[in-house]
Write a protein that binds this ligand. Structure first.
Ligand code: FE2
Length: 386
């Protein structure tokens, strides 16, 4: 053995949380909370989820809970601090997040600050501070009402912070929800547009993580199966929201996508985090627009890997298979009710492309992107997607 080997970051394998998956999984909430000793949970959600009746559908007879419903899309630190105040005022002893990525991420932020001093910026992943996150946090349940974010099986929370003016990740294996209840019935009422946008977020997790430069064969296998489920499920769920099989496939694909990106993501997510920092642009919609451009950008560096992924989901083998993967994404997007250009998104300014690219360069996700990124390349990519 060499005495002074070159220093390489080791691959890190951690596996996810307790997950109950299937129609009716939500009815296990009471039992699961009692298993982890939670008597008075703070329910973290948003006004849309509450109005859709999904909080009632989940809570049923659990009367001891306190509902905090003020999480905004692309949640802010103010959302987290308001939830923290309510958690303390009501003397809660755990959290139940019900919703898409925003309530689940906000709940992770609240959970962190219940036991950790300072503000979220003190645990910023990009600044190398997420290692300060300890396991002593209250239990948390995640109950997704979309099939997209994968935050129910992910370690990160993305919150807009005022101190650094960007959508900031705090990330730790200790932030994995204590358990997740994945009940596809909760997504039955989701509109075709949101079904498509959240589904494309999940699909981009599977593809970006598979192409990521990190070594993680466990996540690779999970990404392949996630992509398989999503390529079956998204389009049918958009066309027929009551199709139980498609809703189940989409939710399983999203869950698997959330696990697969323990391996890291890529330039799609660095850019969509930057574009989503201000305004209310939907994360999944941004990813859907960016994904085909990012695949073409990555083809030179990751063509063989793209061909390998295409082969694994039955798109053929050989050099052309990388192109088949791009075609699959293009054809799927053509059939979904989503905008195809960034210029169609309210609140985004083409003149701000250099600012978006600068913010994306600070984001952590492109560090694992196969093609090396710089400011100029990211500006060019955004320009192509405009
Ligand atoms: Fe995402």
């Amino acid at each position: 053995m060499e005495q002074n080997p070159p220093r390489l970051d080791p691959a890190i394998f951690t596996f996810p949380n307790r997950i109950l998956f299937g129609e009716g999984a939500r009815f296990s909430l009471g039992l699961e909370l009692s298993r982890v000793g939670v008597n008075r949970p703070l329910v973290v959600t948003d006004p849309g989820v509450l109005k859709a009746g999904l909080v009632d559908a989940v809570l049923g007879g659990i009367t001891s809970s306190v509902v905090f419903d003020r999480v905004q899309p692309n949640p802010t630190e103010d959302d987290v601090l308001a939830g923290l105040d309510q958690y303390r005022a009501a003397k809660c002893d755990g959290l139940v997040a019900i919703g898409g990525g925003s309530p689940i991420d906000a709940a992770k932020g609240i959970r962190l600050l219940v036991t950790h001093s300072g503000r979220l910026v003190d645990y910023d992943l990009t600044a190398g501070k997420s290692d300060l996150i300890r396991p002593d946090m209250p239990p948390m349940a995640a109950i997704p009402t979309t099939a997209g974010t994968g935050s129910e099986s992910g370690r990160a929370a993305l919150i807009q912070l005022p101190q650094n003016q960007r959508k900031t990740a705090v990330l730790s294996q200790y932030l994995l929800p204590t358990f997740a209840l994945c009940d596809p019935e909760l997504t039955r009422g989701l509109s075709p547009v949101l079904t498509a946008a959240t589904g494309m977020d999940a699909l981009s997790h599977c593809i970006e993580s598979y192409l990521s430069i990190t070594i993680h064969p466990i996540c690779d296998g999970i990404a392949v199966e996630g992509l398989r489920q999503l390529s079956k499920g998204i389009e049918t769920a958009v066309r027929d929201g009551s199709n139980a099989k498609a809703r189940s496939a989409a939710m399983m694909g999203a869950l698997l996508g959330g696990i697969s990106f323990h391996k890291g993501l890529g330039v799609v997510h660095s850019l969509s985090h930057a574009l989503g920092h201000t305004g209310r642009a939907h994360h999944g919609t941004l990813n859907a627009i960016l994904l085909p451009h990012a695949l073409r950008f990555n083809r030179e560096a990751a063509g063989a890997r793209m061909a390998d992924l295409a082969g694994r989901i039955g798109l053929g083998r050989g050099e052309d298979a990388a192109g088949h993967l791009i075609t699959l994404v293009e054809l799927l997007l053509a059939r979904l009710p989503l905008p195809r250009r960034l210029g169609a998104i309210d609140g985004l300014e083409r003149t701000a492309i250099p600012d978006y690219a600068r913010l994306a360069m600070i984001d952590h996700c492109h560090r694992t992107n196969p093609q090396k990124c710089d400011q100029h390349a990211l500006e060019d990519l955004l320009d192509r997607a405009w």
